[in-house]
Design a protein around this ligand. Structure first.
Ligand code: SAM
Length: 485
C-alpha cells in the first residue's frame, strides 16, 4: 500500500540545541487510531537527531519550522498545554508490525563500545506510582482530597500495583490538558489489546490449558470485583466518570498489565521502586535476544532506551527489549497475552526415569555455558544438515530434558539411544493429549485472519506448546544420530 499523504506526525525542530543537525521531537496525533485499525504497516513517526546527546538541556516550546519532504508541519497544541520537555527519539520510527506497533531502526547503526541512547522520555510525561506506601506519584497529578486517592489507598500494597496504576491511568486520561489525553490515541483499544483479561470464556477454552484458563478467570473476577466495589451507584461523579462501565476499567487494567515497567527510580536522595507507564517506550516489543534495554537516568529524570554495546543494527531492524528474563510462556501469556515457540526458558515436565547425557547433548548442538546461562555458540562449526536448527527451544530442551552428568564417565551409545527414544515417546504422548495438532492450529489461524486478538493469542499459545514439544522430539532424533560419531 502506498504511503499516506496526510500528516501522520507532528514534528518540531529544536532550536535550542547547538548541534549542526536538527533534533526532531514528535507528538501524538489523534488520528493514529484510524491507522491502527486499517492494519497496514505505515510509518507513524520519524524522528532524527544529531548524535551529540551531551548537549541535552531543558528547552522552551520550540517554534514550528518548515518541514522537509518527509516531515510534516508542526501543530503546537501539545506545547500550549504546557509541556516543556518532550520525548526524543534517535534514528527510530514507530510502525505497525506483526506484533502490533513496534519500534524500528530508520538507519544502520555500527556497533559501538558503549551503549547508545535511542529514546529519552522525561518523567513529566509518564504515569507512575511508588510500589510501596506512602504512595507517591510522579508527576503528581492527583489533587489533594480527590476520592480516587482513597480507592488507591484501599488496595493491597503487596499485590495490587496494577489496580493502582489503572486508577491513575484513568485519571490521567480524564484530566483536561493532560498528555495522556493525546497519547491515549496510541494505546490499543479493547479489540487490539492481547491481554487475556479481555478474553471471552470461549477464547480461554481454546488455550487447551485449563490451569491457565482458571488463573485468567480469577484475574477477570478480581478486576470486576474491584470495579464493583469502587464504582458503586453512590460513588462521587469525579470517580464515576473515570470508568462508567466495567469494560472501561478492565481495558485500563489490560493496558497497565501489558505496558507498565517496574523500575527503581532515583531522584536525588530518594530511591524508590515504581510502577510506570512510559509513553513511546511502551511500544517496544519483547525479544529473548533483545538489542536494547531501558535505564533510569536520575540526573534529569528520564527513562532512556539504549542499544546494547557492541550491537550492530540494520535499517528496518526491530528494536526490542526483554520484558521478563527466565520466564516460561505461561507467564508471558498471563501478563502480556503472547507466547513464543522458542522461549529458552520454557519447561516440560517428564515423569519417567529416562535421562540423556547432558554434555553430549549440549556439544552436539554447540550449546555452551553454565546450566543457568546456556547459549548457542554460533561461532562453532554448524551442525551439518541442520544448520538453522538450534534456537531458543533447543536451549530450553537442554534445560528441561532429564539429563545426567557424571565426571568423566562416557555415555554408552546404546543406552543413550534407548533413553532418547523413551523421552521421545513421552513427548508423543503429551502431544496426543491435546485435542488438536499444531498443523490444525496453524491452518485455523491461516484461514481465519480476522480472529480476535485474544483468540489468536490463545490458539498461538497452544500451538507454540506443541511446536516446542515437537522440537524436543526432533532434537532427540538428531541426538540419536550423532551419538555414534
Ligand atoms: C508494551 S506493548 C508493545 C507495543 C504493542 N505491540 C503495541 O501495539 O502498542 C506489549 C504488547 O505487545 C505485543 N508483543 C510484544 N512483544 C511481542 C512478541 N515478542 N510477540 C508477540 N507479541 C508481542 C503483545 O500484544 C504485548 O501485550
Amino acid at each position: 500500500m502506498a504511503s499516506p499523504s496526510f500528516p501522520l506526525t507532528t514534528l518540531f525542530s529544536n532550536h535550542n540545541l547547538k548541534s549542526s543537525k536538527h533534533v526532531w521531537t514528535s507528538i501524538p496525533q489523534p488520528n493514529l487510531r484510524l491507522l491502527r485499525r486499517n492494519g497496514s504497516r505505515r510509518k507513524v513517526a520519524t524522528l532524527d537527531t544529531s548524535s551529540d546527546l551531551s548537549s541535552f538541556q531543558l528547552f522552551e516550546p520550540p517554534k514550528p519550522e518548515t518541514s522537509t519532504s518527509e516531515m510534516e508541519p508542526a501543530d503546537p497544541d501539545f506545547y500550549r498545554i504546557g509541556y516543556k520537555r518532550s520525548v526524543r527519539a534517535y534514528g527510530v520510527e514507530f510502525m505497525e508490525g506483526p506484533n502490533g506497533f513496534g519500534v524500528y531502526a530508520s538507519r544502520d547503526v555500527e556497533p559501538l563500545r558503549r551503549a547508545r541512547v535511542i529514546m529519552e522520555i522525561p518523567i513529566e510525561l509518564m504515569v507512575t506510582i511508588s510500589q510501596k506506601i506512602p504512595w507517591m506519584f510522579f508527576p503528581d497529578i492527583l489533587p489533594i482530597g480527590h476520592p480516587i486517592f482513597d480507592i488507591i489507598n484501599s488496595t493491597n500494597p503487596e499485590t495490587d500495583w496494577d489496580l493502582r496504576l489503572a486508577c491513575l491511568l484513568l485519571f490521567a486520561l480524564d484530566l483536561d490538558g493532560n498528555f495522556w489525553q493525546l497519547y491515549g490515541d496510541f494505546l490499543p483499544n479493547s479489540a487490539e489489546c492481547t491481554s487475556l483479561l479481555l478474553a471471552t470464556k470461549e477464547d480461554l477454552l481454546e488455550l487447551q490449558d485449563s490451569k491457565m484458563a482458571s488463573i485468567i478467570e480469577e484475574n477477570q473476577r478480581r478486576a470486576l470485583e474491584f470495579w464493583g466495589k469502587n464504582w458503586h451507584s453512590s460513588v462521587a461523579l469525579k470517580v464515576k466518570r473515570l470508568a462508567r462501565d466495567p469494560e472501561r476499567f478492565v481495558w485500563a487494567l489490560s493496558i497497565v498489565q501489558t505496558r507498565a515497567f517496574n523500575l527503581q527510580m532515583r531522584m536525588g536522595a530518594l530511591v524508590q521502586d515504581a510502577n510506570m507507564l512510559v509513553p513511546y517506550a511502551d511500544m517496544l516489543n519483547h525479544s529473548f535476544q533483545p538489542n536494547c534495554f531501558i535505564h533510569w537516568r536520575f540526573k534529569d529524570r528520564m527513562l532512556e532506551v539504549l542499544i546494547n554495546a557492541g550491537q550492530k543494527i540494520k535499517k528496518g531492524d526491530e528494536m526490542t527489549i526483554n520484558y521478563m528474563s527466565r520466564q516460561k510462556n505461561n507467564l508471558f501469556m498471563e501478563k502480556y497475552g503472547f507466547s513464543s515457540p522458542a522461549n529458552p526458558w520454557d519447561v516440560i515436565h517428564f515423569s519417567g526415569n529416562s535421562k540423556i547425557h547432558l554434555d553430549t547433548f549440549t556439544s552436539i548442538f554447540n550449546i555452551s555455558g553454565l546450566p543457568d546461562e546456556l547459549y548457542h555458540n554460533d561461532s562453532a562449526l554448524p551442525l551439518v544438515g541442520h544448520e538453522n536448527f538450534v534456537d531458543g527451544a533447543v536451549i530450553a530442551a537442554a534445560r528441561t530434558l532429564p539429563t545426567w552428568s557424571d565426571g568423566s564417565t562416557p555415555p554408552i551409545p546404546s543406552i543413550e539411544r534407548k533413553s532418547a527414544k523413551e523421552l521421545q515417546e513421552e513427548c508423543h504422548q503429551m502431544l496426543q493429549e491435546f485435542p488438536t495438532t499444531s498443523d490444525e492450529d496453524k491452518k485455523y489461524l491461516d484461514s481465519n485472519p480476522e480472529t480476535s486478538r485474544t483468540l489468536d493469542a490463545a490458539i498461538r499459545y497452544r500451538m507454540h506448546r506443541k511446536l516446542f514439544i515437537g522440537k524436543i522430539i526432533q532434537a532427540l532424533e538428531i541426538y540419536q544420530d550423532r551419538i555414534l560419531f
